[in-house]
Design a protein around this ligand. Structure first.
Ligand SMILES: [Fe+2]
Length: 265
């Protein structure tokens, strides 16, 4: 598997506290079946600023430490960029990082409770720049979870949705899990990632979330979300979302609704 969202770089945001914890997290990721991972420190969220050059340097240091320790995990630089009006300019200036530094997709984060005014316009601006925004954990934003039409609009514009693995298995509570299931079944998310912050609790594990995805939309769809699509993003290749639409199993109840509809017609 490939994980495009993890706070593994030590000491620069609320993720790994030190190198030892970062190495522990890397070992957990490998043990869970992850082979490549994008390190995504917070950027522009009002607390942390992690400009691109610094992240590239920290990533190179951690890569060297992984090699020293014999941990077989490929890591790539990235960032979790807060969706703020200055983000497009920061990307143009090269001070904010795209996914795996490929210049193709950008992982964007919303506030926890609401959707900021002008969010859709910022996403449109990023798309006009030739970038594909990836909405980080929409299931954990209260306003989006209550109004998934907003996410549907962003996905229709060309954005991707990234669900958190631990949201799928109930780690963030039943409401978040329900929102996750609904978004996955409706085809509003295309990627699963760990958003790991620690070597216990919020760990870099994808497999348990993947099991839930298999239950909700089938193993072929879960494979695309945990393997093929994240791998494409890390390689800088396009994500062929129609492949997911082709294999995703229909939403629960669609068959009954369709059958009732035909009866009424
Ligand atoms: Fe994150």
């Amino acid at each position: 598997m490939v994980d495009i969202h993890a706070h593994l770089l030590p000491g620069i945001d609320d993720g790994a506290k030190n190198l030892q914890q970062a190495l522990n997290m890397a070992r957990l990721a490998v043990a869970d079946g992850t082979r490549a991972l994008v390190v995504t420190p917070h950027h522009l969220n009002g607390v942390y600023r992690n400009p691109a050059d610094g992240v590239r340097g920290h990533c190179a240091s951690l890569r060297a430490a992984l090699r020293r320790e014999g941990i077989d995990l490929a890591i790539f630089p990235g960032s979790e960029c807060h969706l703020v009006p200055e983000l497009p300019a920061a990307l143009v200036a090269g001070s904010a990082l795209t996914v795996a530094d490929r210049g193709r997709a950008v992982l964007v984060e919303l506030p926890v409770h609401h959707v900021p005014f002008g969010a859709t316009e910022i996403l449109e601006e990023l798309i006009a720049m030739g970038l594909q925004p990836i909405i980080a954990h929409p299931e954990r934003n209260a306003e989006v979870a209550a109004s998934p039409d907003m996410l549907a609009e962003w996905v229709a514009m060309g954005c991707l949705g990234q669900i958190t693995a631990q949201s799928c298995n109930g780690r963030f509570g039943p409401r978040v899990q329900q929102a996750a299931e609904s978004m996955v079944r409706q085809g509003l998310v295309q990627i699963v990632a760990s958003d790991a912050h620690r070597d216990s609790r919020r760990v870099p594990e994808l497999s348990q979330g993947r099991v839930m995805l298999e239950r909700w939309v089938g193993s072929a769809a879960a494979c695309l979300m945990a393997e093929d699509f994240p791998r494409a993003l890390v390689a800088g290749d396009p994500v062929e979302t129609e492949r997911l639409d082709n294999v995703r199993q229909p939403p629960r109840g669609a068959g009954i609704r369709g059958w009732l509809g035909r009866l009424r017609a």
